[in-house]
Design a protein around this ligand. Structure first.
Ligand code: PGA
Length: 228
């Protein structure tokens, strides 16, 4: 691992009740307390559900855990008369990051680049930061994002991760194309067993585990193994 902290971005997707989320953080905190990860080397972010935000924020504040919260989606609209939407301003009290353009949102919820661009504006207005997902290196990247997640669809939830060398090569191309200094994160079937192979790659600045973030012990092991 080189220089800046390696990002570990857990994505719970549509999983966990509030009670389950509270149990998760309690177990995670007890593991953390026994052997705290070196937070100069890893930055841990958890993309939970909206309903989990207040509870997780207060439990994290009471624990030794250094974990930042993020949301998996956000309204393209500001605060106002948009029934059923959750806007960036509402979550900014708890969350620092927003995941934008995840492949599941593009495929199942018609999230186009145009919609994603609106969401990014709302995130910036709320003083938060976007993690912008692209599924192929040829995809458009907004100029304003500092963190780009490369997550090939064939690697998501399949148990068939991209080879770290491939992910690093794509990351290098993304960095070369970007108009600003971007960090590239890899997502797709990252586990405690393979995370160190990504952490060893020059152009990869973090990982985005979905399935491997659901169990507190697994996620904690992934963090510990990323430090190697
Ligand atoms: P996975 O999901 O780790 O379960 O493959 C990753 C993602 O959605 O980016």
């Amino acid at each position: 691992m080189k220089g800046a902290p390696f990002y570990i971005l857990g994505n719970w997707k549509s999983n966990k009740t509030v009670a389950e989320a509270a149990d998760w953080i309690k177990e995670f905190a007890s593991l953390w307390k026994k052997q705290p990860p070196d937070t100069s080397r890893v930055q841990v972010v958890l993309f939970c559900g909206y309903i989990h935000l207040p509870v997780l924020a207060s439990l994290v504040a009471l624990s030794p855990v250094k974990l930042v919260l993020g949301v998996q989606n956000i309204s393209a609209y500001p605060a106002g008369a948009y029934t059923g939407e959750i806007c960036a301003n509402q979550v900014s009290e708890f969350a620092r990051f927003a995941l934008i353009g995840h492949s599941e949102r593009r495929r199942l919820f018609a999230e186009t680049n145009v919609v994603a661009a609106e969401k990014i504006k709302r995130v910036i207005e709320a003083g938060m930061e976007s993690v912008y997902c692209i599924q192929e290196e040829s995809m458009n990247m907004p100029d304003v994002c500092n963190i780009i997640a490369y997550e090939p669809v064939w690697a998501i939830g399949t148990g068939k991760p991209a080879a770290p060398e491939h992910a690093s090569e794509v990351a290098a191309k993304i960095i070369a194309q970007a108009k600003r200094n971007v960090k590239v994160i890899y997502g797709g079937s990252v586990t405690p067993d393979n995370v160190h192979t990504y952490a060893a790659m020059l152009h990869i600045s973090g990982v985005l585990p979905g399935g491997a973030s659901l169990n507190a012990k697994t996620f904690y092991s992934l963090i510990i193994n990323a430090q190697r």
